[in-house]
Design a protein around this ligand. Structure first.
Ligand code: ZN
Length: 449
């Protein structure tokens, strides 16, 4: 443990000590009520101060990627768009039910065209984020709430909805290569596709759809860009607060509750209903804890073996929403190669930055986080084999299988084979250099030998 780490921990502990004390009291009391809203609001930004990734100098390669991205974004920026979007999100202009008023006219057509195919599995969330000037999560959620009839059903106030979604989007850390608002938008779009599965759609109530979309949009909010073991070994205050268990997921949930209360989005609903929504959101978001993967997978498999899932039952629909969000959260390898590849490189870069920080702080480098030894293809093959494939095998059974499931499994097998070929040449940088036609030329679709 380096002196630097100790100093940083103490400084942060001091800075956040008042809030921590209040939180400990809350936990001892074992309840939350409206009177604690202020504490929740303070807490929801709590992941930020300790993990100072600015310590790190990005690698030359990543720097090039980022500067390229910045250039693209810069081309798309305009004062008009920024001015309009920022005024809208601050509630300074009138609102109409719809989602495209954030956009300039020149991008309206393209973004609207994309939204008309929002249930397409080849939906390019990176392009959509550029067309919406970085507002993909807010724009997508407004659109889905409209098309699903949720605004009308729950009599939602559009100003409050925009405020809530703006808070959520802003609380994602845009400097995280992976766990940022675009990932949240991507997961939300996938969740929407899954909730439209024929096996599921006819059984879902408006409340189920509301919970599914909200949980997807907020499931990683305020993610610090490092994992739970890192928070535990650096004695981050969130690890203490949540007793080293589902630390990040608990924080995402509590932050969401804080933002719901701050925006007043559900304030017109009966208290027991808004409390129920908060609890169910927690249960669905907490299911994304990857350390609970086996628990959910075994239960899902058991239900499918026994054929005893009854989607008339609210508890069974809730379970399927948990599974659907878990699938949506790890579905990158089931996308088209080009989309999945970008996510793979992003998640590995986030891992590597944690590893760089651990190296700098003289901590043991976490598995998959060493940019010198853990190649992107190797990380991806492990991820697909141990996490994604077992889960999607069962999801495919659940959908009996649907066209979407078949497409996802086909993509998954092709992508795994392609990562396998890239691993053979074991050079992470080559993932970008490989010719797109290689898959077809080599007969993509075969499994790893
Ligand atoms: Zn996630």
């Amino acid at each position: 443990m380096s002196c630097l780490m100790v100093e940083r921990c103490e400084a942060v502990t001091f800075k956040w000590s008042e809030q921590n004390v209040i939180w400990v009291r809350m936990l001892a009391d074992g309840r939350l009520n409206a009177g604690h809203a202020g504490v929740l609001l303070a807490e929801r930004r709590g992941s930020y101060p300790l993990i100072d990734l600015q310590l790190l100098k990005p690698s030359a390669q990543q720097g090039q990627v980022e500067s390229g991205t910045r250039r693209k974004l810069k081309r798309l920026l305009s004062f008009q768009r920024y001015f309009h979007a920022s005024r809208l999100l601050r509630g300074l202009v009138s609102h109409t039910p719809g989602s495209l008023h954030l956009l300039d006219d020149d991008y309206l057509g393209q973004a609207a065209h994309m939204l008309s195919k929002v249930d397409s599995w080849s939906f390019d969330i990176f392009l959509f984020d550029r067309l919406t000037n970085g507002n993909s999560l807010v724009t997508l959620m407004c659109h889905l709430f409209n098309v699903c009839g949720l605004i009308h059903h729950f009599q939602l106030d559009m100003v409050k909805l925009h405020r809530f979604l703006g808070l959520v989007q802003d609380d994602y850390h845009s400097h995280n290569p992976y766990h940022n608002a675009v990932h949240a938008a991507d997961v939300t779009q996938a969740m929407y596709c899954y909730m439209k599965e024929p096996k599921l759609a006819e059984h879902l109530t408006p409340l189920d759809v509301f919970l599914g979309l909200m949980a997807a949009a907020a499931h990683d909010v305020d993610h610090p860009g490092v994992n739970q073991p890192f928070l535990i070994k650096t004695r981050h205050h969130l690890a203490s607060l949540y007793q080293n268990t589902s630390v990040l997921e608990s924080h995402h949930w509590r932050s969401t509750v804080g933002m719901l209360r701050e925006s007043g989005l559900l304030s017109h609903l009966p208290a027991d209903m808004s409390q129920d929504i908060e609890q169910q959101l927690g249960s669905i978001i907490l299911a994304t804890d990857i350390s609970r993967q086996n628990e959910f997978l075994l239960l899902f498999r058991e239900h499918l073996d026994n054929q005893d899932l009854d989607l008339q039952l609210a508890s069974h629909r809730h379970f399927i929403l948990q599974i659907a969000l878990k699938c949506a959260d790890v579905c990158n390898p089931c996308r088209d190669w080009e989309l999945g590849r970008q996510w793979s490189e992003r998640v590995c870069e986030e891992f590597y930055r944690q590893g760089d920080l651990e190296r700098k702080l003289n901590l043991e480098i976490s598995p998959l986080c060493d940019r010198q030894t853990d190649s992107v293809p190797a990380v991806q093959i492990g991820f697909i084999s141990y996490i994604v494939e077992p889960l999607f095998d069962e999801w495919q059974r659940f959908t009996e299988p649907s066209l979407l499931s078949q497409l996802m499994m086909s993509n998954l097998h092709k992508n795994k084979a392609r990562w396998g070929r890239l691993r053979c040449v074991h050079a992470p940088a080559e993932t970008q250099a490989e010719e797109p036609e290689a898959e077809e030329r080599d007969g993509g679709g075969e499994d790893i030998p």
